[in-house]
Design a protein around this ligand. Structure first.
Ligand code: NJP
Length: 231
């Protein structure tokens, strides 16, 4: 479909898969990440715009929306996917690392939504899709910062859903289990992961399903796991 969609964290992993699948299906994709080189490789494939930006920076978040509107005149879909994580016992976790995780996962989602919502409200439509995690609904050892950030990101999206529904704006949240990506400095295709984890393309398909819902339907939440993962 001919929608203008911003995908944050599109330089690799899940965001890259979302950007490629949406472009394949006819969307105009605005790919966002901090790595210029990787981003330009993606935009060559999507034939869309690439914006080098840090989602945790307020001026950058505003610029992402402004550049999109300047280029394409409208925005239909915002996909908040950019995210980081690291894992350690609480007493060995630095405050700086806590901030990095919250700034990206929580504040980044907040800032992008804040910048996009006025445009969506003016048009009385729009769709925000947040890629959170199954750990937004469960807890695990060594995940204090990451888990808390995903609970918080989930709460931002769930609150926003209630705020913007009267304006015809949809908010959908996707909760993936383990996905084979570069996340947490792993290498895609390594070890057992390739056999059992979700592929980035599996999550991209879930995003497409959510976006294809008829105008009167909103998919609030969608959770997917590898069949082998107990959660
Ligand atoms: O991770 P990765 P995933 N500003 O590391 C970008 C969630 N999730 O695809 O900026 C802008 O391969 C970064 O680009 P760059 C997870 O929490 C994952 O697995 O150039 N962009 C890259 O494109 C996250 O929310 C699993 O470094 C920023 C992308 O984000 C989402 O899925 C399980 C940025 C990260 O690519 C995508 O993660 C689960 C910033 N400040 C949820 N910081 C899993 N992999 O198992 C980072 O339940 N990026």
């Amino acid at each position: 479909t001919n929608q203008v969609a911003i995908v944050t964290g599109a330089s690799r992993g899940i965001g890259q898969a979302i950007a490629l699948l949406l472009a394949q299906q006819g969307a105009t994709v605005v790919a966002v990440a901090r790595s210029e080189q990787e981003l330009s490789e993606i935009t060559q494939q999507t034939q869309g715009l690439g914006i080098v930006a840090d989602v945790s920076n307020e001026a950058d978040a505003q610029r992402i929306i402004e550049e999109t509107l300047r280029h394409y005149g409208r925005l239909d879909v915002l996909i908040c996917n950019a995210g980081v994580g690291s894992f350690a016992e609480l007493e060995n976790f630095s405050a700086a690392e806590w901030d990095r995780i919250f700034d990206t996962n929580v504040k980044g989602t907040f800032l992008l939504c804040k910048a996009a919502v006025p445009h969506f409200k003016a048009r009385k439509k729009g769709h925000i899709v947040g890629i959170t995690s199954d750990v937004a609904k469960r807890t695990f050892a060594h995940g204090t910062a990451y888990g808390a950030s995903k609970f918080a990101q989930d709460a931002v999206l769930a609150s926003l859903r209630k705020e913007v529904r009267p304006h015809g704006i949809k908010v959908s949240t996707i909760y993936p289990g383990l996905v084979d990506t570069f996340f947490n400095d792993t290498t895609p295709g390594s070890a057992e992961a390739v056999q059992t984890h979700l592929r980035p393309a599996d999550v991209a398909q879930a995003v497409c399903y959510v976006l294809e819902a008829p105008a009167h339907v909103v998919v609030d939440e969608l959770m997917l796991h590898p069949l082998t993962q107990e959660w």
